[in-house]
Design a protein around this ligand. Structure first.
Ligand SMILES: Nc1ncnc2c1ncn2[C@@H]1O[C@H](COP(=O)(O)OP(=O)(O)OP(=O)(O)O)[C@@H](O)[C@H]1O
Ligand SMILES: NC(=O)c1ccc[n+]([C@@H]2O[C@H](COP(=O)(O)O)[C@@H](O)[C@H]2O)c1
Length: 226
């Protein structure tokens, strides 16, 4: 049977990460990726999934998965297409990732020695592909040119230039909270209320997992990029 050239490929977008806490920018990633894929005329995005990493990831300052998942669920309550999957977050061991919606810092982390397994990168790139939203200050295109593996699978990388730039990050949210500054309009109001009610982020919480080296990856666990 001949394939219908007008038939669009259905896509599920999966975003992994700490979501510590979830921000408006995490939610924007999905909207940006969906707009981009629809504009190609080839894809129909049917679902978005947020998968917060489990506590065993042991990144510095990572608060409990329970709180991170609850905040992500509160933030997506009124979305008709993005939902939270807590399966990954409830695993007692840290799990490697397959198939991805990510920011360009994660794509660039593919180049950090021993951080990602080559077979995981190959599987993501070869079997699923990747939608990458550029983050302010990252020259992702150059990075793809300079990486042999990314270059090989470049046709499977959808690079979305974020032209309304927005450099919100979870690290900056936690820093503002430690300084007693407002995070209003940076995270959904329900998330802000949840953080305040449970007093989630402090100098003490930022010290969680301090000095832990992410086994088996030997990643320096300082984690912050801003
Ligand atoms: N402002 C942004 N622009 C583009 N991508 C982003 C932005 N903020 C987060 N992301 C992406 O969202 C995903 C989940 O990110 P993560 O939970 O690590 O949040 P983060 O804000 O980068 O956290 P942290 O500051 O603690 O490292 C990653 O793919 C990350 O690249
Ligand atoms: N080999 C792998 O599959 C691999 C390696 C490093 C990070 N990751 C994932 O990338 C994400 C990075 O999140 P952070 O930017 O919050 O550190 C996490 O979801 C983590 O599980 C996966």
């Amino acid at each position: 049977m001949a394939l219908d050239p007008d038939k669009k490929t259905e896509v599920v977008l999966l975003a992994c990460g700490s979501f510590n806490p979830i921000t408006n920018m995490h939610l924007r990633l999905f909207e940006l990726a969906k707009d981009y894929l629809h504009e190609t005329g080839k894809y129909k995005v049917i679902k978005g999934i947020i998968s917060p990493v489990g506590d065993a990831y042991k990144k510095k300052g990572l608060i409990s998965a329970d709180h991170r998942v609850t905040m992500a669920k509160l933030a997506t309550n009124n979305s008709d297409w993005v939902e939270v999957d807590d399966w990954e977050s409830s695993q007692s061991e840290w799990l490697e990732t397959v198939k991805l919606l990510c920011g360009s810092d994660v794509l660039e982390s593919f180049g950090i020695p021993n951080l990602w397994k080559l077979e995981d990168i190959t599987e993501i790139m070869q079997d699923y592909g990747l939608v990458c939203i550029s983050r302010a200050g990252n020259s992702t295109q150059k990075f793809i040119y300079e990486s042999d593996i990314l270059w090989k699978y470049k046709n499977n990388i959808h690079l979305v230039e974020e032209w309304i730039t927005n450099d919100i990050s979870s690290t900056k949210i936690r820093r503002a909270l430690r300084r007693g500054q407002s995070i209003r309009y940076l995270v959904p109001d329900v998330v802000r209320a949840y953080i305040e009610k449970n007093d989630l982020y402090s100098a003490e919480s930022e010290d969680r997992n301090a000095g832990v080296i992410l086994a088996p990856l030997q990643k320096n666990a300082t984690g912050s990029k801003n």
